[in-house]
Each structure stands twice: as structure tokens, then as C-alpha cells.
Ligand binder design. Structure first.
Ligand code: MG
Length: 253
């Protein structure tokens, strides 16, 4: 059952999204060679808590961090810790904030210092695949129109899509209906209505699509050890352009 949000609920989601975006803007500011993934976690947690929000991922199904920090071959759900980011790494940061009972959820992959052209291209194509999909996130489209747009753009660049994890509805829960896969033919799944809120989140692998979970029970890595990138916004469906609830000021690629 897909929730259609009331104007009051949408206002709460705008605020949750704004705080989530501010945390990603902080990530852009502080990610650099020499910082640990735990320091990233602490800094983003401060941004969220100073705004009067709650880090959505902390304790979610037992997750130990405030945010997910996934480096290089790590796709999603990386646990913040003592790992030091090095020049040439790429780091995917996934943030959620709860404000007044409503969630924002967003992610982006950042270059650490100077990175290879291949790594930058992966980050760029992953972001582009989100925006291709967002153009289909409007009233009257179907969920799989979004899925198909992600897949078409990323595969045209020679990349593959993770299939085991998907985008999702977002609202008074972090994960709501519908599932929003990053692959599939267009024209299937529920029809989108204005007032629905969904998180669209391509997870794009440079090599094969296969992934596995590390022994920590959380960290999803590419099976072939190649790079992976992630990009996500929470979106409000309208009759026209989608409203990106978690918008922040990004670096042009
Ligand atoms: Mg999400």
C-alpha cells in the first residue's frame, strides 16, 4: 500500500530532507585524504542532531553507525570505523534523518582527493542515471519507468546495476512501499500519484553486478572487487517536475 502524504506530512518531509541534504553538504566539505570513516560519521551526526533531527540509520536493525560509509568496492552499508580515506579512494555516504516522525534518505559518492578518470566517470554516470530516472518520477508514470531509466543509462556506459537492494518509498518509515528496483522493463508496477514520496537510489558497479555481504553482516561489496558508486535522493511526486526533498549543493562533475 503506497502512502499519499498530506500537505502537513510533506512539510515534515521537506524539513527531514533539508537536514539530510545538509549532512551530505558537510560530507562534501570534509571528505579528504587522512580522515577516518568514523570522523565522517561523527561530523554528519552532529549536523543532524544540531538541527533537532535523529540519525535514521543509528540502531536501525542494529546498524552501529549514524551514517553508512562505503569505500571503493563497498557498495552500501559500510560501517564507520578506523579506516583512513586515502587519495584516490571513492567513498559512498548514505544519510538518513528523522524529523517529527518523517524520514529523509539520500546518498552520494565522493572522490577522495584526486581520483582516476575511470572512478570519476563511474560517479558521474551513477549520478546521471539518477537524474534520468527522476525525469520519470512524476504523476502518471509507473515505478518501473524509473527502474528502466536507471538501467538504460548505466548499462549504456558499460556498467551494471545491483539487483539485491533497491530504492523504496519513504515517509513515516525509512522503507515503505513501493520497491523501486534499478533494472527492469518500463510500464510495470504501481502508477505514481502526486503526494507519493520515494527514494530513488542507483547502485552502479564498474564490473559485474554480483555482490556479497561481508562477515560483519552489513557491508555489501562487489564480488569482483571493482568499484561501486551510489546516488540517492528522496523525491516528492508532483504533476510536473519531481521535487528533490534532499537537495544539496553538489560539486559539478
Ligand atoms: Mg534508501
Amino acid at each position: 500500500m503506497i502512502q499519499v502524504k498530506s500537505p502537513r506530512e510533506i512539510d515534515a518531509m521537506r524539513r527531514a530532507g533539508e537536514i539530510t541534504g545538509q549532512a551530505l553538504a558537510e560530507a562534501k566539505r570534509i571528505v579528504a585524504p587522512g580522515i577516518t570513516t568514523k570522523q565522517v560519521d561523527s561530523a554528519l551526526r552532529r549536523v543532524i542532531e544540531k538541527s533537532g533531527a535523529i540519525p535514521a540509520f543509528l540502531g536501525y536493525n542494529g546498524f552501529p553507525g549514524a551514517v553508512c560509509v562505503s569505500v571503493n568496492r563497498e557498495v552500501i552499508h559500510g560501517i564507520p570505523g578506523s579506516r583512513v580515506l586515502r587519495e584516490g579512494d571513492i567513498v559512498s555516504i548514505d544519510v538518513g534523518a528523522v524529523w517529527n516522525g518523517f524520514y529523509g534518505d539520500a546518498a552520494a559518492t565522493f572522490p577522495v582527493g584526486q581520483v582516476s578518470d575511470e572512478a570519476l566517470r563511474l560517479i558521474r554516470v551513477t549520478r546521471e542515471s539518477f537524474y534520468q530516472a527522476a525525469a520519470r518520477a512524476r504523476e502518471g508514470c509507473r515505478v518501473s519507468d524509473i527502474s528502466h531509466a536507471v538501467q538504460t543509462h548505466a548499462e549504456a556506459a558499460g556498467y551494471t546495476l545491483v539487483r539485491e537492494w533497491t530504492g523504496h518509498g519513504v515517509g513515516s518509515k525509512l522503507h515503505e512501499d513501493p520497491e523501486v528496483p534499478n533494472f527492469g522493463p518500463p510500464g510495470h508496477g504501481p502508477r505514481l500519484l502526486r503526494g507519493m514520496t520515494i527514494a530513488v537510489e542507483p547502485m552502479v558497479n564498474a564490473g559485474s553486478a554480483a555482490v556479497r555481504v561481508l562477515k560483519d553482516g552489513w557491508t555489501v561489496v562487489t564480488a569482483d572487487g571493482k568499484l561501486s558508486a551510489h546516488y540517492e535522493h528522496s523525491i516528492l511526486i508532483t504533476a510536473g517536475e519531481p521535487e528533490l526533498l534532499t537537495r544539496w549543493e553538489e560539486t559539478p562533475l
